[in-house]
Design a protein around this ligand. Structure first.
Ligand code: SF4
Ligand code: SF4
Length: 359
C-alpha cells in the first residue's frame, strides 16, 4: 500500500501499520465488515485527492479546532491530507481577495465534484447581513457553493440544526444548511463540537464507496448516531440499580453513580461519545463527572435545564426531533416502567419521575 497519504503520514510518525489499524477500527465503528478496513485504507491511500471547500459561517471555530486538534495533531487531523482542502478561512494562508479567488477557482475547476463542508449556522435576518465574508452574506455564498457541490457535510450542531445561534430568541434568524439547500445529498455531523473521528469516518466512507453513509431521520450517520449516550454509558448499571448521585460531590458522585438526577440528557441524546470518547479516547463528559447536555440533538440549548432531571414519559425534554425523542423516551419509559413495577407502581398516565419511583 503506497501513496502520497502514506508518505505524508509516515513523515508525521504514523506508520503504515498504525494507519491500517486505524482504518480497521474506523470500519468496526461504522459496523462494516473487517475486510472493509483494508479496502478503506487502500482507497484512501490511492484516492485522487478530492477537492474540499469548507465554509465557516456563524460559528465559534470550535468545530475546526475539534477536527484539527491543533494543540495535539492526531491521525484524524492528518487525514485531511487525503483531500485537497481548497478553501478554509481559518487554516489557509491566503486572505482577502486572494482567498476568495482560490475558492472560485476550485469551484470552477471541480464543478459538480467537490465536497462542501459547512460549519456554523446561516443568519437570514436583515438580508443575511449579520454574517458576511468579502461583503457577501453567508446565504449568498452557501447557495453559490452548494450549486456545484457533489455532496455537503454540515459540520457541528450549528450547521446541522442551527445550534446555539438559533436558540430562542434567535436574534439573527439563524437556520441550518438543510433549511436552505434542498437538492443535494447532505450529511449532518452534529455535536458542539462534533467528534473528530466521525468526520474522518464520513470522509473515509465517501472516498471508499463514493457515497455518504447510511443516515438516520435527522440526517446523521447511523453508524455513529444510531444509539443514545445512555445505551452505551458505562454508568448504566448504576442507573438500572437506581443508584444516583444527588450532588456533584456526594458519595454517589465519588462512587461514579449515574448522573441522571443531576440532569444528564444521555437517555435522549444520540451520539458516539460513550464509545468513541474524546481526545484520542482519553475520556468523555460523563466519565469526567458531568452529565450529557444533549449537544448533538436539534434545539438542545432551548431544551435547557441542563441540571434538571428528565421527567418521563409525560414530560420528555424538548430536545431532538419528535420521533427521535419519542423513540429515546420510549426506551427510557420501558426502563422506568420496569422499575416502577418493582416499586409497585403508579398509574400509567401519571408523570413518572425518579423521585416517584423511590418513594
Ligand atoms: S443517565 Fe447519563 S450518566 Fe446515567 S447511565 Fe444514562 S447516560 Fe450514563
Ligand atoms: S456527552 Fe452529550 S453533551 Fe457531551 S459531547 Fe457527547 S453528546 Fe455532546
Amino acid at each position: 500500500m503506497q501513496g502520497p497519504l502514506i508518505d505524508t503520514l509516515a513523515r508525521r510518525g504514523v506508520t503504515r501499520r498504525t494507519f491500517l489499524k486505524y482504518c480497521a477500527t474506523l470500519a468496526s465503528m461504522m459496523a462494516l465488515p473487517p475486510s472493509v478496513g483494508r479496502a478503506m485504507a487502500e482507497a484512501m491511500a490511492a484516492a485522487k485527492r478530492p477537492s474540499v471547500i469548507w465554509l465557516p459561517f456563524q460559528e465559534c471555530t470550535g468545530c475546526t479546532e475539534s477536527i484539527t486538534r491543533s494543540h495535539s495533531p492526531t491521525i484524524e487531523g492528518m487525514i485531511f491530507d487525503m483531500v485537497s482542502l481548497d478553501y478554509q478561512e481559518t487554516l489557509m494562508a491566503a486572505a482577502g481577495h486572494q482567498a476568495e479567488e482560490a475558492r472560485h477557482a476550485a469551484m470552477k475547476e471541480n464543478h459538480g465534484k467537490y465536497l462542501l463542508i459547512v460549519d456554523g449556522s446561516i443568519p437570514l435576518g436583515i438580508d443575511g447581513a449579520y454574517s458576511c465574508i468579502g461583503g457577501r452574506s453567508n446565504l449568498d455564498i452557501l447557495k453559490e457553493a452548494a450549486e456545484g457541490a457533489a455532496a455537503i457535510v454540515a459540520m457541528g450542531s450549528c450547521a446541522s440544526f442551527g445550534g446555539i445561534p438559533k436558540a430562542n430568541p434567535n436574534p439573527t434568524g439563524a437556520v441550518s444548511v438543510s433549511d436552505i439547500v434542498k437538492d443535494k445529498p447532505i450529511v449532518n455531523i452534529p455535536g458542539c463540537p462534533p467528534i473528530p473521528v466521525v468526520m474522518t469516518g464520513v470522509l473515509a466512507h465517501y472516498l471508499t464507496f463514493g457515497s455518504l453513509p447510511e443516515l438516520d431521520a435527522q440526517g446523521r450517520p447511523k453508524a455513529f448516531f444510531g444509539e443514545t449516550i445512555h445505551d452505551r454509558c458505562y454508568r448504566r448499571p448504576f442507573y438500572d440499580q437506581g443508584k444516583f448521585a444527588k450532588t456533584f460531590d456526594d458519595e454517589g458522585a465519588r462512587q461514579g453513580w449515574c448522573l441522571f438526577e443531576l440532569g444528564c440528557k444521555g437517555p435522549v441524546t444520540h451520539n458516539a461519545c460513550a464509545t468513541v470518547k474524546w481526545n484520542g479516547g482519553t475520556s468523555w463528559p460523563v466519565e469526567s463527572g458531568h452529565g450529557c447536555i444533549g449537544c448533538s440533538e436539534p434545539d438542545f440549548w432551548d431544551g435547557g435545564g441542563f441540571y434538571k432531571a428528565l421527567s418521563v414519559p409525560a414530560d420528555p425534554l424538548k430536545i431532538g426531533a419528535a420521533a427521535a425523542v419519542a423513540g429515546a423516551a420510549a426506551g427510557v419509559a420501558v426502563s422506568f416502567a420496569n422499575r416502577a413495577k418493582k416499586k409497585a407502581a403508579k398509574a400509567a398516565h401519571e408523570t413518572t419521575t425518579l423521585d416517584d419511583l423511590e418513594k
